[in-house]
Design a protein around this ligand. Structure first.
Ligand code: ZN
Ligand code: ZN
Length: 329
């Protein structure tokens, strides 16, 4: 059995169980993406454009494109795509990995700007169940910016598609829907409560979802913040995609605050999944990224801190490449 509970036995509160949704159904289609590129559009470190505490990325798969998250500040991704000479106006679909403002803050600006060139640009947003749940604040406000943003976005002619299970958005490109929390990785702040159909509970970010791409080299997994826990995410992907090896993990894995023991446990699990490439952006944490690199046995070429403008390109056969830009090379 691949999973080991050793890391958290006796060190963390007991198992939590947030079974808000049924386990996602096994994807049936077996389309494999041949050309794949992921370019980071928002994260802390910037090689080109501007950095911020946020995340966004452009996914290109066999000539089709998806925008994943929208950055934190309204103008960041807009500014960065201009600097990077990337055109988002032909993209219709956006994936929001979860409700947090550092992933959703650019949505209205991007939709408004791109709509000037193409009415359908960024007009369909894919969310997982829970993204619109209220996160009540003591002052009566709502810590979930999507509650107020929903009617504004709908007023632009856009639509939200809520997923309670895995779904194929492009041939071979899947969103996971909500992730079962098998291991108590606790990769969230713990500062908020969420109003679920079952009542007010600690906000474990039940809406956290990732993107999984089927390739001949294995799965490429893209995370926003990875609040569900990267090991939980890979475990779900492993079950859903018939135990394919995980070729690459790209995005934020929320280990910046993690203790050494947790980082080491995570590294061992990632190694067990066969992870060969790691572009750890956003909330991964710089120290954690380097510890993961060393313990998994990856190199300067295969595990880097993700920066704005950095990209991952799937290669022929088993080889792929990360172009980290100047600052993270
Ligand atoms: Zn987050
Ligand atoms: Zn985040």
């Amino acid at each position: 059995m691949r999973m080991k509970y050793r890391w958290f036995s006796g060190t963390l509160p007991g198992l939590f169980c947030v079974a808000l949704v049924a386990q996602a159904q096994a994807p049936s289609a077996k389309h494999q993406v041949k050309q794949l590129k992921l370019t980071i559009l928002s994260t802390m470190l910037a090689d080109e454009g501007i950095g911020e505490w946020g995340f966004a990325a452009l996914l290109e798969a066999d000539g089709k494109k998806l925008l994943i998250d929208t950055g934190a500040r309204p103008e960041t991704v807009l500014t960065n795509v201009r600097d990077l000479k990337i055109d988002l106006s032909a993209i219709t679909d956006v994936v929001l990995t979860h409700f947090h403002p550092d992933h959703t803050g650019g949505l209205m600006t991007l939709r408004g700007e791109m709509k000037k060139r193409n009415a359908a640009a960024l007009s369909r947003v894919h969310t997982a169940t829970g993204l619109f749940y209220s996160r009540p604040k003591p002052d009566g406000g709502d810590a979930n910016p999507m509650v107020a943003m929903r009617p504004l976005y709908l007023a632009t002619g856009g639509e939200f598609v809520e997923h309670d299970r895995a779904a194929e958005l492009l041939p071979g490109v899947w969103i996971t829907g909500p992730i079962p929390r098998k291991f108590p990785e606790r990769n969230w702040s713990g500062a908020l409560q969420v109003k679920t159909p079952a009542g007010l509970v600690e906000d474990t970010v039940p809406d956290d979802q990732s993107i999984v791409v089927e390739t001949a080299s294995g799965l490429v997994v893209i995370t926003g913040c990875g609040h569900a826990g990267i090991v939980n995410i890979l475990t779900a992907a492993d079950a859903q995609f018939a135990h394919r090896t995980v070729h690459a993990v790209l995005g934020g894995v929320h280990l910046f605050e993690a203790k050494d023991q947790q980082v080491e446990w995570t590294a061992d699990q990632l190694k067990g999944f066969g992870v060969r490439y790691l572009m750890g952006a956003h909330c991964t944490g710089i120290e954690s990224l380097f510890r993961l690199r060393n313990r998994i046995g990856l190199s300067r070429q295969t595990a880097v801190v993700g920066a704005v403008g950095a990209s991952f390109t799937l290669g022929e056969g088993a080889g792929s490449s990360i172009h980290p830009g100047r600052v993270a090379q």
